[in-house]
Design a protein around this ligand. Structure first.
Ligand code: GDP
Ligand code: MG
Length: 845
């Protein structure tokens, strides 16, 4: 159904049983965008005159790699299922019309935060895999992420055209038999299921995919065709005189058909005429049709087409070559039908999905009215809306808050309570009340105003850009006890940064504004001030930084020129390796009496992980907190005594109160937390962020005349000095980020690649040949510090045949003494301090 109006679209939004919110996820270049576009072409969108073009999505054509998508893109499709298809559908439904909201997300690792934000607002995912390349590193990552978000996957084996020798592309194995093609496909499915089996996703139900049930599609996005085995069975079961469901079962696995005896068996008979069901019913007929098209054997082709029930128009009959293949295949097995049928029949509606997703989504008790409303996807319940990203609007400097309504409805003019990521119940930080100026939905790349949007749908909101930076939970103004929706766990973090300033010093305010916009536009980028007029922009990798700087200059600076004054520099972390003896501090003058005793010690690796996963944090329920910490030897009550996590309220360091009694508790806590927040961002060694440090306060005594303004600042500074001293006494260490570099390459490129990795202190820890292909898979650890230009070097050395992927691996201990100026860690401390104009450290020998 091509073309529908915003009124029709809005009507569909009320039929929550007939909505599917779907992400398209894959390794880079496996064909997501091509596939999504072929769906849009078939089940598309009308363009409204008067609608405004919105840069909802981006493909940066010249950003390092050609045509790589870097922002996720939303598209709504309206699709009418036919009765024949729906007769076996057991789920609840409301008529035959379906609304499919599709989000195409980028595949490059540097932009995987865009995948996370897409998954949050969808309930199902189409995992696209290049049938020849098979499961790649990013395939695994995005699949795991989908299951963590409780998003149900179906599989689309793409680029099927490459399995037919007539359409053979260079570099692929010269020719496949049907049986070989089957083995390759079967392998990819097995590998995907193996990954899913290791994920704890029971609550979604059965997530394993199985071609026999119709949860695997075989597609060529480029040529616009696709099929599922259930689809084939529907078409041809009758010809074979078998029941549809039974027939579909015979199209995969060990089911063989002997065309001489016209019988099905579970074992190969040995006869030449005996073929696997899949090969006989699906592969061979497609192969014959393609061959007839490519060989211009038109009379043969018409016969074949008659057999499979395809009629071409006269003008189509004149086509030749690949154009004819496309036309024939699209008429016979249109991709949109197969894929949309699969999404509608096998992916959950918001109503089904929210029943189990609520556990993952809602931070509050699962029996309060907000959880109930999310569970039921209740449009009459209280508003619960999660803003997953901010999208630059066409008027420069304005942003849409893009998100998903989980319960209730959002409407233009509504006053909403905005809870940001640092909001803690009962406190005022990161909490705002604001009015929604406009409520917007997207029709393809166009935006339309609607009066309201009910739960189960995605939405864009205007008017909230002053109070949301990257993400937030919205509820209605009066719902003051609603807890927020859990923050997304991004799989990437800023690891490298550049320094920027203005070419003309008086433009600083423009730069500050530009950086603010940049921070909003991207889920991970961070900016901070080095000194007035000079700022850092931190991103996850070289490509990410390049795109961010380009966005900053071209889209956010109002024409003012930015100067990038350094090449990318790596961020380090500081930690400690042992527990120090208590560090005692005392001070006394007329206004202040102060004494403090502190211990710094390492946090267990698993505790750090739990904090970084979001399982442990300032809003975690106390019982859960104690349970996690008890596993690592913490006293039962100690979990309750964590004063704060840091930096930025949720970081992987804590400060714990171990005092028996504290006089003047409020003041003591206030200054200690403030001092901790400063050092957690700027550690003792080189003012890098802290990672995995626990500070215990053993004794504190503060008396001060708070009326004197400067006393608080003075107290915080004293606390800071004490924290720094305790860190230095606890065997401090410098941590450096390490990439996992994943490479797939032909054997001939191995020695070149090993050479390049070696030059960059890389160590290969895994190498194997992917089953069914001749590709070698390498995985190596490479220090981020040594990684600059690595991808380009490998790509150039292999004539662009190989594109490595760098994924953050872990923070690795530099294992040498930062106190020794001639040790690598000590040298690094000096380098960083020099860059930060900090001077020589007193602790170094
Ligand atoms: P994405 O990175 O996953 O969005 O992938 P794209 O859709 O941008 O496709 C990457 C490359 O694969 C492009 O050169 C496409 O032309 C090519 N491609 C996409 N789909 C197919 C397909 O079905 N068959 C073949 N042979 N190539 C395809
Ligand atoms: Mg793409």
């Amino acid at each position: 159904m091509v073309g529908f109006t915003s009124v029709e679209l809005r009507e569909m939004m009320d039929k929550k049983k007939n909505i599917r919110n779907v992400s398209v996820i894959a390794h880079v270049h496996h064909g997501k965008s091509t596939l999504t576009e072929s769906l849009v072409a078939a089940a598309g969108i009308i363009t409204h005159e008067g609608d405004v073009e919105v840069p909802m999505a981006g493909t940066h054509a010249d950003a390092g790699e050609p045509g790589i998508s870097i922002r996720s893109t939303g598209t709504s499709l309206l699709y009418e299922m036919n009765n024949e298809w729906l007769k076996d559908y057991r789920g609840e439904r409301d008529g035959n019309k379906y609304l499919v909201n599709l989000i195409d997300s980028p595949g490059h690792v540097d932009f995987s935060s865009e995948v996370t934000t897409a998954l949050r607002v969808t309930d199902g995912a189409v995992l696209v895999i290049d049938a020849i390349e098979g499961v790649c590193v990013q395939t695994e990552t995005v699949l795991r992420e989908a299951l963590t978000e409780m998003v149900k996957p179906v599989l689309c084996l793409n680029k099927m055209d490459k399995l037919f020798s007539e359409l053979q592309v260079e570099g692929v194995k010269p020719e496949f038999t049907g049986e070989e093609a089957y083995q390759i496909l079967s392998n990819v499915i097995e590998n995907s299921n193996a990954i899913m089996a290791t994920c704890d996703a029971d609550r979604i139900g059965n997530v394993q995919v199985n071609p026999q049930n119709g949860t695997v599609a075989f597609a060529s996005g480029l040529h616009g065709w696709a099929f599922t085995l259930t689809g084939f069975a529907k078409k041809y079961a009758l010809q074979f005189g078998v029941d549809e469901t039974k027939f579909a079962k015979r199209l995969w696995g060990d089911h063989f058909y002997d065309s001489t005896t016209k019988t099905w068996t579970r074992e190969h008979s040995g006869s030449k005429k005996c073929k696997r069901g899949f090969v006989h019913v699906c592969y061979d007929p497609i192969s014959k049709v393609i061959k007839a098209c490519m060989n211009e054997n038109k009379s043969g082709l018409w016969k074949l087409l008659q057999k499979v029930g395809v009629n071409l128009r006269d003008d189509e009959k004149d086509l030749t070559g690949v154009a004819l293949v496309k036309c024939v295949m699209q008429t016979w097995l249109p991709a949109s039908t197969a894929l949309l049928d699969m999404m509608i029949c096998h992916l959950p509606s918001p109503l089904q999905a929210q029943k189990y997703r609520v556990e993952n989504l809602y931070e509050g008790p699962l029996d309060d009215k907000y959880a109930e409303a999310i569970k039921k996807c209740d449009p009459e319940g209280p508003l619960m809306l999660y803003v997953s990203k901010m999208v630059p609007a066409s008027d420069v400097g304005r942003f849409f808050a893009f998100g998903r309504v989980f319960s209730g409805r959002i409407a233009t003019g509504m006053k909403v309570r905005v809870m940001g990521p640092s909001y803690v119940p009962g406190m005022e930080t990161d909490l705002y009340v604001e009015s929604v100026q406009r409520t917007i939905i997207w029709m393809g790349k166009k935006q339309c105003d609607v009066p309201d949007v009910p739960c189960g749908n995605t939405v864009g909101l205007i008017g909230l850009d002053a109070c949301i930076t990257k993400s937030a939970t919205l509820t209605s103004e009066k719902e003051v006890v609603a807890r927020p929706i859990r923050a997304m766990k991004l799989s990437v973090c800023p690891l490298m940064f550049v320094t920027v300033n203005c070419k003309v010093p008086t433009d600083v305010s423009k730069l500050v504004q530009g950086l603010k916009r940049l921070v909003m536009s991207d889920p991970v980028v961070l900016c901070s001030q080095v000194e007035p007029g000079t700022y850092t922009v931190a991103g996850v990798g070289e490509l990410h930084l390049e795109i961010c700087l380009k966005d900053l200059q071209e889209n956010f600076m109002d024409g003012v020129e930015v100067a990038v004054s350094s090449s990318p520099v790596v961020s380090f972390r500081e930690t400690v390796r042992k527990s120090c003896d208590p560090v005692e501090k005392k001070f006394r003058n007329n206004q202040i009496r102060y004494s403090l005793s502190l211990v710094a010690r390492p946090l267990d690796e698993e505790v750090v992980e739990a904090i970084e996963d979001g399982r442990l944090g300032p809003r975690t329920d106390h019982a859960v907190r104690s349970e996690i910490l008890a596993k690592h030897g913490w006293d039962k009550d100690l979990g309750d005594k964590i004063w704060c996590f840091g930096p930025d309220v949720v970081g992987p360091n804590v400060i714990v109160n171990r005092c028996k009694v504290i006089q003047n508790l409020e003041l003591a806590k206030k200054v200690i937390v403030a001092g901790f927040e400063v050092v957690a961002k700027e550690g003792a060694l080189a003012k890098e962020r802290m990672h995995g440090i626990c500070f215990e306060v053993h004794n504190v005594n503060i008396h001060a005349d708070e009326a004197l303004r400067h006393t608080t600042a003075q107290l915080i500074e004293m606390v800071r000095t004490a924290l720094i001293e305790s860190q230095l006494a606890a065997k401090p260490r410098l941590l450096e980020p390490t990439y996992i570099v994943a490479i797939q390459c032909p054997k001939s490129a191995l020695s070149t690649i090993y050479g390049i990795l070696h030059q960059r202190n890389g160590s290969v820890y895994e190498e194997f040949v992917r089953e069914g292909t001749m590709l070698h898979i390498l995985k190596a650890y490479v220090p981020v510090y040594d990684s600059f230009g690595l991808c380009k070097a490998i790509s150039t050395a292999t004539s662009k045949l190989v594109t490595p992927q760098c994924i953050f691996g872990y923070w690795s201990d530099m294992c040498s003494d930062p106190f020794q100026a001639n040790a690598p860690a000590g040298q690094m401390v000096l380098d960083i301090r020099k860059r930060k104009k900090m001077g020589r450290p007193s602790f170094q020998k």
